[in-house]
Design a protein around this ligand. Structure first.
Ligand SMILES: Nc1ncnc2c1ncn2[C@@H]1O[C@H](COP(=O)(O)OP(=O)(O)OP(=O)(O)O)[C@@H](O)[C@H]1O
Length: 289
């Protein structure tokens, strides 16, 4: 089992946020497992989501092909809450999002939304029936299409083109910055505007749950705050539930209500974002001090 748990681990070093010290992934994994050998326990997770999860993951074992990357993951997220997953490179953070959206092989466990099991739904049904949207980690806009055409792509599962147009217009009404550029090629947008377009494209389907993979990646610092403000507004003004992966652990924990620390495909710790920011071990291992 110990060997299994190590299968998904990358071997390179990494840094988090402003970290100057570069620790090896194995060092961090070993130390994190030492400080949280038992994991956070179900009671803690129930308490963190106020006992009423919208998104619930129980005992999830999942991976790619036959390789198991996630080992009995439990995660509970209340409606309108945000969770940030942090941890070393290769820990399986993105694989959690991939599994919730239906991109992995699920060997065991259960994923449910509002009490309804969605474990084996296709990504299309996750979006259309379960209200889960996945926002890609990389630059995923179509640069040769206009801003409007990119947005309409987000509505391809709606029943008619008119429904897609109406949904896109609702997004334009919310983000005048995009509306002003609706006929421009997406390729000419700034990095921050492109990230806004990626988020907006997911909003066309009016999802309840947003899976956000590395929102700050590749962005100039001046755009990073903008993106977190947009996510904050979606959570607090529109009551979207957000499950996020963020390599910049400090930013992620400052943003999120709840943080989960993933190490070698297992949940090592979970707590309120501000508590984890103050936690000595998290600080030493993930925040550089
Ligand atoms: N599509 C895939 N096919 C096969 N293996 C994959 C695939 N995607 C990820 N993996 C492997 O799964 C493991 C976990 O990767 P994952 O991307 O989930 O980690 P992560 O914690 O998000 O890391 P990072 O911070 O580097 O993005 C790694 O060993 C990775 O090589």
């Amino acid at each position: 089992m110990a060997e299994d748990r190590r299968k998904g681990r990358a071997t390179s070093g990494y840094g988090f946020g402003d970290v100057d010290t570069v620790l090896s992934v194995d060092d961090v994994a070993r130390q994190a497992q030492e400080i949280a050998a038992e994991g956070p326990g179900r009671e803690t997770l129930e308490e963190l989501c106020n006992g009423d999860p919208l998104l619930r993951i129980d005992g999830l074992r999942a991976g790619y092909g036959k390789m198991e990357i996630l080992h009995e993951i439990d995660l509970l997220c209340g409606a309108g809450q945000s969770i940030c997953l942090i941890g070393p490179n290769g820990a399986g953070k993105s694989t959690v999002l991939h599994s919730v959206f239906g991109f992995t092989n699920i060997f065991d466990g259960r994923i449910s939304v509002n009490g309804t099991e969605v474990t084996h739904l296709s990504p299309k049904d996750k979006l259309k029936r379960a209200g889960i949207a996945y926002i890609l980690q990389d630059n995923s806009v179509f640069p040769d299409l206009t801003v409007e055409e990119n947005l309409l792509m987000g509505g391809y599962l709606l029943d008619s083109r008119k429904d897609a147009r109406d949904a896109a217009q609702r997004v334009f009404d919310k983000y005048s910055r995009l509306a002003e550029r609706r006929h421009q090629r997406a390729g000419v947008l700034s990095g921050g505007e492109r990230r806004l377009l990626e988020i907006s494209r997911a909003l066309v389907m009016d999802p309840k749950i947003l899976l956000v993979d590395e929102p700050s990646i590749g962005l100039e610092p001046r755009f990073i705050d903008m993106v977190f403000e947009i996510l904050d507004d979606l959570q607090h003004a529109e009551r979207k539930t957000i499950l996020m992966v963020e390599q910049n652990a400090k930013k992620g924990l400052e943003f999120a209500d709840i943080g989960y620390v993933l190490v070698s495909g297992q949940i090592a710790m979970a707590g309120r974002g501000d508590d984890l920011l103050r936690d000595e071990n998290v600080g030493r291992l993930f925040l550089g001090g």
